[in-house]
Design a protein around this ligand. Structure first.
Ligand SMILES: [Zn+2]
Ligand SMILES: [Zn+2]
Length: 165
């Protein structure tokens, strides 16, 4: 993970001021090649430099407890494609289980990303913190073994009782 600082950041700011910052390019497969995200209070923002990989809806108990909702919508991102643009010093980390670290905005508690020790080259991002309307395809539902009955699934996407594979 790189942190955009100093000259690069002011470069982007200057470009934006001139109205010359290019819009995220769309690839042939119809997904955004660049996705930006931010927390609710706006203190933390980040950018994913590649199209998003497979996106899953996860119903595990941890996702439910930490989101307060029926599921979280997550995707894996290479650390080298993930850049914190603003608010690196405002990240608060919570280790939800040994080796799994969840980073939140210290001010508003939005979930920014998750790291897992045994997959050091990746981190996970929840789609709800992405800005705008990212073009994504949901690959399926995971951890249905922990899905609450009050949450119904009405689509025909692949369903897995635990991880997808
Ligand atoms: Zn925030
Ligand atoms: Zn989960």
């Amino acid at each position: 993970m790189r942190v955009l600082r100093g000259s690069l950041r002011s470069h982007f700011r200057a470009k934006r001021a001139q109205g010359k910052l290019p819009l995220p390019a769309a690839l042939g497969n119809g997904v955004n090649s660049v996705n930006k995200g931010s927390c609710h209070c706006g203190s933390v923002s980040f950018q994913v430099d590649k199209p998003l990989a497979k996106v899953y809806k996860c119903y595990c108990e941890t996702c439910r407890k930490l989101s307060g909702s029926a599921f979280s919508v997550v995707t894996k991102v290479r650390k080298s494609d993930f850049n914190i643009i603003r608010g690196q010093d405002l990240l608060h980390v919570y280790e939800s289980k040994p080796g799994k670290n969840r980073y939140y905005c210290k001010k508003c508690c939005s979930p920014i990303f998750v790291t897992v020790e045994d997959q050091p080259e990746y981190l996970r991002v929840r789609l709800g913190v992405l800005d705008g309307e990212p073009k994504v395809e949901i690959a399926g539902h995971i951890w249905l073994s922990e899905k609450p009955e009050w949450q119904e699934i009405s689509d025909s996407l692949p369903k897995f009782s635990g991880w997808s594979a």
